[in-house]
Design a protein around this ligand. Structure first.
Ligand SMILES: *Cc1c(COP(=O)(O)O)cnc(C)c1O
Length: 362
């Protein structure tokens, strides 16, 4: 019999079975309307109700204050790398960026196209295995930029740095809704949906309404947060199916203890894997212990034994453990442990790792 499959992919990522089952029914008949969710107008009453419900659920789960607006955008986190500075740069005042790896590197490149970017903290000299501890803020930055979880390097901010005056802008693509956050501390949070919030095609943005007014009205209409605030995310055709999947994910999350409940499960999953790795003679986690991500656990075999790692990945796949290959830029192995990944998946992975270890530590 083929083994049960567990998806450890970094994104698009695993989804709960019941979300997929509900979605498959809605592909044929959306909420008893007799037509598919894919055929449903973004201007219809049923869809507008779905949009409002999704906003309400996000507001409830993340405790979003009234000062902030929730937006459903497209273009992925990668478009936000440009859209955020386009909207939030203040004349000649730099962006202070905290550089923690691949994705902040891409964001910094986009910021630099629009104005000065000052790297106020960097993990580069430590190969991004630790997060910066000291910050060299500029006088009056336009905003401070960071990524809350570094998907590729396996690090995660446990507490967020605070600047005395500038708003904080955070890419939370790979850990949104995985733990409680204080939204009021952020001017802007953005996240692609395909890791913790559903499927590809949707980008969530949560923005302080006042901050959105910084943008010049001459900026491209689609790239102004203000446009989407004024039109309630319906300026143009919204990514209806991806919003629907997000709504199912939020239902699932509410039934599973909300953000606090999922955080304790996430901590349990991460501890199980990291504790196993730390006592093992074969596997090694290169990441500084206090900076380790609960969402993406990266590890190596032996002294970066790439041949044995390839063998590991092939054997894992045969046993139904999918998507464990590290990012090409980092190599090694990465287990993504997003909200929807059940504890039993990590238990199965650890049992496999132990068998593989016994076979190769002769
Ligand atoms: C995956 C990821 C991105 C890229 O998201 P896209 O939707 O492909 O643009 C950006 N930032 C982080 C932290 C990510 O994990």
């Amino acid at each position: 019999m083929a083994p049960k499959k567990y998806v450890f992919s970094p994104g698009p990522a695993t989804l709960p079975r019941e979300v997929l089952e509900n979605a498959s029914r809605a592909l044929l008949d959306f909420q008893g309307t007799g037509i598919s969710i894919l055929e449903t107008s973004h201007r219809s009453k049923v869809f507008e109700e779905l949009l409002e419900k999704t906003k309400r659920d996000l507001k409830f789960l993340l405790e979003i204050p009234d000062s902030h607006e929730t937006l459903f955008l497209q273009g992925g986190a990668s478009l936000q790398f440009h859209m955020a500075p386009l909207n939030l740069f203040l004349h000649s005042r730099p962006v202070d960026a905290l550089h923690t790896g691949y994705w902040t590197g891409k964001a910094i490149k986009e910021i630099e196209k629009l104005g000065p970017c000052h790297v106020a903290g960097s993990g580069e000299s430590a190969d991004f295995k630790t997060l910066p501890e000291k910050f060299d803020w500029s006088d009056q930055p336009s905003f401070v930029y960071l990524a809350s979880n570094n998907t590729i390097h396996g690090t995660q901010w446990k507490t967020f740095p605070e600047h005395p005056s500038a708003p904080l802008v955070a890419d939370m693509t790979s850990d949104i809704l995985s733990r409680p956050i204080k939204v009021s501390k952020f001017g802007l949070i953005f996240a692609s949906a395909q890791k913790n919030l559903g499927c590809a095609g949707l980008t969530l943005a949560i923005i302080d309404r006042e901050l959105a007014e910084r943008c010049a009205k001459t900026a491209p209409t689609m790239l102004q947060y203000r446009t989407h605030i004024e039109k309630n995310s319906l300026y143009n055709t919204a990514p209806t199916f991806a919003i629907y999947i997000a709504s199912l994910m939020l239902d699932w999350l509410k039934q599973n203890g909300g953000v606090a409940g999922i955080e304790s499960l996430n901590l349990k999953k991460a501890a199980l894997l990291y504790d196993y790795i730390d006592q093992s003679a074969l596997y090694r986690c290169p990441v500084n212990i206090s900076d380790r991500s609960t969402m993406n656990a990266v590890f190596r075999i032996g002294k970066n034994d790439t041949l044995l790692e390839q063998e590991f990945l092939l054997a894992a796949e045969r046993e139904g453990l999918i998507g464990l290959k590290g990012h090409p830029s980092a190599g090694g192995i990465r287990a993504s442990l997003y909200n929807a990944l059940p504890l039993e998946a990590v238990e199965t992975l650890v049992a496999f790792m132990e068998r593989f270890s016994q076979a190769h530590l002769a």
